[in-house]
Each structure stands twice: as structure tokens, then as C-alpha cells.
Design a protein around this ligand. Sequence first.
Ligand SMILES: Cc1cc2nc3c(=O)[nH]c(=O)nc-3n(C[C@H](O)[C@H](O)[C@H](O)COP(=O)(O)OP(=O)(O)OC[C@H]3O[C@@H](n4cnc5c(N)ncnc54)[C@H](O)[C@@H]3O)c2cc1C
Length: 465
Amino acid sequence: MTTLSKKALQSTKFQPYWLDNPIRPDAEPCLQQDITTDLLIVGGGFTGLWSALQAKEQNPERDVVLIEANSIAIGASGRPGAILSTSLMHGMTNAERLFKDEMEELEALGKINMDEFKETIARYNIECDVEWTGELTVAVGKHGVSEVETEYKLYKRFGHDAHLLSQQQIQQEINSPLFQSGLWSKKRSGTINPAKLVWGLKKAARNLGVKIYENTPMSSSKDLEKQVVVITPNANIIANKVILATNAFTKHKTKISCRVAAIRDRIVVTEPLTEQQLADLGWKNRQGIYDTRTQLNYMRLTKDNRVLFGGRLGYFFNNNTDPQLDKTAVPYVRLVDSLYKTLPTLKGIKISHAWSGPIALTTRMAMHFQHYHKGKMVYVGGYSGFGVTASRFAAKMVLAIVDNEDIPGKNLSFTRTQPLWLPPEPFRWIGSKITMYALDTCDEKKGWRIPWLKFVDWMGFPLTP
Ligand SMILES: Cc1cc2nc3c(=O)[nH]c(=O)nc-3n(C[C@H](O)[C@H](O)[C@H](O)COP(=O)(O)OP(=O)(O)OC[C@H]3O[C@@H](n4cnc5c(N)ncnc54)[C@H](O)[C@@H]3O)c2cc1C
């Protein structure tokens, strides 16, 4: 299989498929002179743009500035599988692990968030190829079957339109010899083109008067008692309040990296399928799919009928967010192997794009807030690969925190508590290398990998093999 996979990667572009689009807007000019503002947002991904948009919607008079170190959507937001989910806490099982007593409120807030997400996209007329086809969790192996059944009960308990599919039914949805059962949550989820959404949010925010500067990294900040000064290469910004929407990027505030690791997740995208390939695959209902393997894989179709297949983790020393190795074929060979094993009718299909992105892993695996400069600067992030819709809610909450406003959910535990501290380098790098290797090989080889992954689980990361 590996030889075939290497061949499939021979003419691949090592860049996100989503960003390889002629409609990608030009970057805004960088900041050249000192300014003052009511609200400064640092980071031009989903979190930053949802914050900017909602800040202006709530108070059109407020002056809002957003700075982006590179270009809009260059971080995780231009790189995800972009399977939409109502969960604010990285799935219901994770929410139950963390905040069992607050599930009712979290689930209700998640549903409202998804409805508002949908409504906002329609209101601003953002064309982003959204397909409301639902999310499908598929069981691989016996362990997976019981995992899916447990999750089904949770979905039903919290009123989701969830359906349990037998092996025969799942085979009718998608042709994979590996899938043994499935859980299809039909309403309020689906897939989207993430880059088109970010670009649409940028346009909407600019139309409301948000000033955006690209290629303008924040290098440091200082407390001025009543305000904060943010330093960028060519100019300083004095702001009453600052939101750090920088997720896995931690260089400008190394304290964030005590709780956030820039773990990378990898994706490959095939050439567009022919009609025959599509017919052989089934997948008429075009759901976003996750499987239950220890090294989880997820997959979806794009608008032009390519298969996007993701889910092989990596980590580079010192939270490196631009590793050169991930712009070569080497780290994607196993992922293509896995694609061919999962969907064998596509064996040999060429890979048009392959890339990785930083998922901001924390022991919570979901959003948290960090306060700086006596609360005038607040960081929000740490979605751990589950933030396309949750980031909209996180933006609403971080605005309520900096504005000192009371909104539903503000008193729940997730706003007041933090994920655990992570080991510093070089222990983080060594630990993650062993963990990645164990994840890659655990399902086939077991052995020492099981106690190791249990140990990592005990440290706070839910990786139970
Ligand atoms: C491979 C992959 C697959 C994923 N799949 C899914 C999925 O299927 N479903 C889902 O819900 N989620 C998924 N996610 C997660 C989702 O993409 C993220 O949670 C979400 O995009 C986070 O948005 P963000 O704006 O917080 O972070 P980012 O998009 O990373 O934005 C942070 C921005 O801050 C900028 N920045 C950093 N430092 C500075 C500085 N000093 N000054 C100025 N700007 C700075 C960066 O350049 C970057 O643009 C996936 C992520 C990855 C990487």
C-alpha cells in the first residue's frame, strides 16, 4: 500500500485546498502609524472575526481594530475538515467528562449558537458551500460499536435528531469494509468551506466599520493602568480592551503555551471523483464523518466532489506553527494508506492537496479563557480541533467577559476554570513523539502502547485506547 500512497503524493500541492482559490481576497495593508482604539482583536481566524463582527453588531459606535500577523485564515481557520457540530465542548462525551452537571445548559447554548451561526451566514449572504447533511460517527472495531451506542444514548438524552445505524445500514450510506455501525445526527450539523466563511466574515466586519491590518504581528504588550499598549513592528496600538484570538499561536505570550500545545493535525484531499467513483462509494447523503479509531480519522466531500480525509497528529519542538516537514510528502504517506484502507474503491486515487494545521490542544480539549493586564486583555482558544462553530460562541463569551456583561452561560464552570498545565520542553516534545507513535500503531500492535496511552489519559488527555 505504501508504494501506492507515495505515488499518489507525487504531484501534490502541500498547501490547504481551501486557500488555493482565485477568489482569495488580497491582504489589507499593514499598520504603519500609532493608533488608539476601544477594542483591539489580535488574530484573523474564526475567533477574531466573529469577535469583531459581534462587537460591532452589539455597539456600532465602538471603534474596533483587528490585527493579523500574516493573512486572514492562514491559521487553523483556513485548514480544517470543517465538519460542523453543535457541541461547544469538543463533543458530548468530552462535555460529560468535564462538566457533567452543566450538560443541559451547554447543550442548549450549543443549539442556539448553531441556529445563530446559520442565521448570520444567511443575513450577510456569505456564500460558503454549506451543506446541512448532519454528522455521522462510524464504529471501527468492537470497541467502536459500544462507543457509538453510548454516544447515541447521550444524543437522545439531549434531544438531538440522532439515529443508530446497523452495519447493513451504514454500508448503504458509505461503502467501507471497516465501518460496523453508525450514529447519524441529522439536524444542525453538516459541512462548510471554511476559507470562504472566514473571507465572508472579513467582508461583513469591514462593512460594519472594523479596521483590519494584515501582516501586523503583535510582538508584546504593556499595561498602562487604564489601557493596554500593543507593540507591532511599525506602530503601537493603545486599546481599552484587547482580545487575544490567537488559539495555538503562543510566541507573543509564552504563558499561553503552559496550557496550550500546538499539536498539528493533517489532511489530504483527492482529485475530484468521477461519477463512477462516486457511485461506487455511495455517500449520497454527503455527511461529515468521524470514526472511532484511536488515531481518529474524519472525512467529507467537497463541493467539487473530492474526498477530504484527515486525522494524523504531529508535534514540532517548541510549539512550532510552521514546520517545513509538513510541506513534504513524508508525513502524509500513512494518512493516504489509511484513506485507501477505509475507502478501498478509491485505492490509487491521486492526492491534489495535503497540509497540516495547529489544533491548540489542551487537557480540556475545548475553549478556555486566560486573563492578562488585570483583565483588560483576555485570551480565548484551545478548541483542540473542534472550533469551527464553537469559536462563534467563544467570541460572544469573550466579548461579554471584556465588557463585563452578563449573558447566558457566563456563570458556568468553563468560563471560570482552566485546563491543566502541560509539561515544558523538552518533555513535551519527547512525550508527544511517543504518544504520536503509539497512536499511529496502537490499533494494529497494542503492547506497551495501551499502558502509555492510558497514562496520557490519566494526565488529562482523553485518549483511552
Ligand atoms: C487540520 C485541522 C482540522 C480541523 N477540523 C475541524 C473540523 O472538522 N471541525 C471543527 O469544528 N474544527 C476543526 N478544526 C479546528 C478549527 O479549525 C479551529 O478550532 C478554529 O479554526 C480556530 O479558530 P481561531 O480563530 O481561534 O484560530 P486560528 O484560525 O488559528 O487563528 C489564529 C490567528 O491568529 C494569528 N496570530 C497568531 N499570533 C499573532 C500575533 N502575535 N499577532 C497577530 N496575529 C497573530 C494567526 O496568524 C492566525 O491567523 C480543525 C483544525 C485543523 C488544524
